[in-house]
Design a protein around this ligand. Structure first.
Ligand code: ADP
Length: 189
């Protein structure tokens, strides 16, 4: 047996950060969880970095100003990068509304040659507001909340995402299949 037989890395060992960006209710978490739950991924190390959980823990105390949102994204990006460089597929369904912060993530991953994919989970704000999973859009309309991304706070569209998943036109299973194929194409799944 050659030494290289021990160190050969297959897709199961190659980590990556897959950042799913988009409005609240666009379907980021749904797609990430569905991908992570695929039965055929047995043995693959996958983490879904849940944005709400991390806001309560890692980013406790941060609010929704631009500065705080950027800090939240940077912290989660660090965790994702550490996981990814250790062979984990880190799926990150986090809005990340500002382009510069997303570009910073890409640059940090590139500097360490850790694969990074920006996946734009797109749906018109009207569709997201109709779904209103967390009641945020209703709360904004009622004046109980302000600074809602895509309504009264900015969402800067990705200019060159690695993949676009339009959830107003695709079923969940189709989006998941599309994402899985994109990862497989890059040797990441
Ligand atoms: P986000 O993580 O982007 O805030 P979620 O995944 O939490 O969004 O919520 C999206 C909601 O939209 C879920 O309740 C999901 O079941 C629903 N939904 C309806 N159609 C779709 C679709 N085609 N793709 C993804 N989610 C969809």
């Amino acid at each position: 047996m050659r030494v290289s037989d021990h160190v050969r890395r297959g897709p199961a060992d190659v980590g990556a950060t897959v950042w799913l960006t988009g409005l609240s209710g666009a379907g980021k978490s749904t797609i990430a969880r569905a991908l992570a739950g695929r039965p055929r991924l047995d043995g693959r190390r996958i983490e879904v970095l849940d944005g709400d959980e991390l806001r309560r823990t890692l980013s406790a105390g941060l609010g929704y100003s631009r500065e705080d949102r950027d800090a939240n994204v940077a912290r989660i990006g660090l965790v994702a990068r550490l996981l990814a460089r250790n062979g984990v597929l880190a799926l990150v369904p986090v809005i990340a509304p500002y382009r510069a912060a997303r570009e910073q993530l890409r640059a940090e991953h590139r500097a360490e040659a850790v694969p990074f994919l920006e996946v734009y989970v797109s749906a018109p704000v009207e569709v997201c507001a109709e779904r209103d999973v967390k009641g945020l859009y209703a709360a904004q309309r009622a004046g109980r909340l302000s600074g809602l991304t895509g309504v009264d706070a900015p969402y800067e569209l990705p200019q060159a995402p690695d993949l676009v998943l339009d959830t107003s036109r695709r079923r969940v299973a189709e989006s998941v299949a599309h994402l899985a194929a994109a990862l497989a194409d890059r040797g990441l799944l």
